[in-house]
Write a protein that binds this ligand. Structure first.
Ligand SMILES: C[S@@+](CC[C@H](N)C(=O)[O-])C[C@H]1O[C@@H](n2cnc3c(N)ncnc32)[C@H](O)[C@@H]1O
Length: 200
């Protein structure tokens, strides 16, 4: 689902970038450690701040990134151009990722899955494109905050079948992931690290 005008501006400013870099990424890094080489994907990349973090903080060798909104993709391409072949950005939908099975060593979700009406499909799709032994890092917005009257007035999100931390963990397990760590802040935000089991 595309962002409304209010959230679009909330996502595209230096404060959001600082929050992502210094709070969200730092927390995910503490919980799940670095990627250290390998091929990473960011779903719903917005203007590309997260994809840069995946390379320079998590240590991935390359990053692919996509977003449903072509305006975000244009901003992300501009931001990541300096990285040349290490970053590739396209317009796309996380419920049908146009890459073969078992492509990525790590996948990142900085607050996009709660924008998807069928969020379990996104988790299944992330699982499909990850290599066995790969790691999924997710930062998500929870049901209670989305249901708040002020948030409902200001933002535009799907309303049915939203998740709390337990639901998201159950969704991860249903998709085939093994949760490694999860944290929650004030029943509003949650962070998850989950692995796709290796094949032996
Ligand atoms: C809350 S913003 C987060 C953007 C960026 N990840 C960040 O942290 O700044 C959610 C993003 O997900 C994108 N999005 C929503 N539904 C999507 C979908 N089905 N597939 C891909 N991107 C989607 C939106 O266009 C938006 O850029």
């Amino acid at each position: 689902m595309l962002l409304n005008r209010f959230e679009y501006h909330l996502m595209n400013n230096p404060f959001r970038a600082a929050l992502q870099r210094h709070v969200e990424a730092r927390r995910l890094l503490r919980m799940g450690g670095p990627v250290s080489g390998g091929r990473a994907l960011e779903i719903g990349c917005g203007r590309g701040v997260g994809a840069g973090i995946v390379l320079d903080r998590f240590g991935a060798e390359t990053v692919d990134a996509f977003d449903l909104d072509h305006r975000m993709v244009r901003l992300a391409r501009r931001r990541l151009a300096r990285l040349g072949d290490r970053a590739h950005v396209w317009t796309g939908d996380a419920s049908a990722i146009p890459v073969p099975d078992e492509t990525y060593d790590a996948v990142f979700d900085f607050g996009i899955v709660h924008h998807m009406p069928r969020w379990r499909d996104a988790l299944a799709e992330v699982w499909r494109v990850m290599k066995p032994g790969g790691r999924f890092y997710a930062e998500e917005v929870l049901r209670d905050v989305l249901a708040h009257p002020i948030i409902r007035r200001l933002f535009h999100h799907p309303e049915d079948d939203r998740f709390d931390r337990k639901d998201f963990l159950a969704g991860l397990e249903q998709a085939g992931f093994i949760p490694v760590a999860s944290r929650e802040t004030l029943r509003s935000m949650a962070w998850f690290v989950a692995d796709k089991p290796p094949t032996y």
